[in-house]
Ligand binder design. Sequence first.
Ligand SMILES: NC(=O)c1ccc[n+]([C@@H]2O[C@H](COP(=O)([O-])OP(=O)(O)OC[C@H]3O[C@@H](n4cnc5c(N)ncnc54)[C@H](O)[C@@H]3O)[C@@H](O)[C@H]2O)c1
Length: 330
Amino acid sequence: MSRTIKMALIGCGGMGRSHLRSAREVPELEFVCYADAVEGTAASACHEFGGRYHTTDVEAIMRDDDVEAVLIATHHDSHPPLATRAAQAGKQIFLEKPMALTIEDCLKIEEAVDKAGVKLMMGFKFRFAPLVASVKQMVPHPLVTVGQSLHSAMKGWPLTPERGGGPVLSNGCHAFDLVYWLNESEPVLISAAGGPLTHPEHGLVDNAAVSVQFENGSIAAIIAGDSGDARYTSKFFFEVLDGRRTATLYERCHKAQLSGCEVDSLSVEELPPPLSTDPEGTRAELQAWARCLLEDTESPVGPRDGTRATAMVLKAFEAIRSGRTQELRL
Ligand SMILES: NC(=O)c1ccc[n+]([C@@H]2O[C@H](COP(=O)([O-])OP(=O)(O)OC[C@H]3O[C@@H](n4cnc5c(N)ncnc54)[C@H](O)[C@@H]3O)[C@@H](O)[C@H]2O)c1
């Protein structure tokens, strides 16, 4: 067996633990220590998943030469200081989305990673969802893309401007990234409507209808926010159309309907394992991360992908504020 990568988890809350469960099936990754601002949270992760130690002091991890890579799954305001510090400490970095709350902070992370010569992978798991891969293969050059990421009754820190950035950035960034990924052309013009509709107490745009023009001339419409239970289309819904073929991903990309393609419908449950047991790509993204470290290849979802997704959301906010279409050139 090839060597294992010794990892530290920073941020042992809901998503951190989800990664730990997925990593149980990725033997190349070994979590050896755990950090969280809340000691009990780090301790219980260490106890349940095994490791050498837990800590509330992230510097202990940065100084630990046994730790090759960190997985950062903390509140969004802490992504820039943690990611830049990890880069300075020479750690490889898996960073949960969104990369940061501002474009400037995203670019600072890019710079730190570049300077340190380490790899950074963004946690845009839907790129690794099996049916997204099938749809991308069957409709490789969409002319029109529709994306939806609608949360339901979001609570707590993700809603706040200081720590989370609101539902459009917190959760909607998945849709912005996937719409880019399905097109693989840079977004150049962004216009939008929206406002603080469901959580006015935070004063942030919490629901947005966004139009995107890509460099290659294709277009997309994205609905993102937190506005109720999107039961039939689901929180994550995407449609790609190329003039001949249409593919619709629904039920969180667990199902697809197609027309003009080799098949009329797909369901992740009908795929053979291991695909059927990883409908949203949570395990596959960690496998891709391990592979890129072991084979020393480029990060499959790199820093520029993180910057682009945050920039698309923030340009949409600016379009709403100013009432003008925004140019995006990264
Ligand atoms: N990819 C996905 O599908 C997905 C789903 C949910 C959340 N996320 C992302 O995962 C990250 C964490 O979200 P969550 O839902 O697990 O939140 P959470 O509140 O459940 O957990 C965050 C943890 O980070 C800790 N923390 C915060 N700041 C810290 C710091 N500076 N140092 C150390 N620990 C710190 C908190 O104490 C908490 O235990 C966010 O970036 C979020 O957007 C991704």
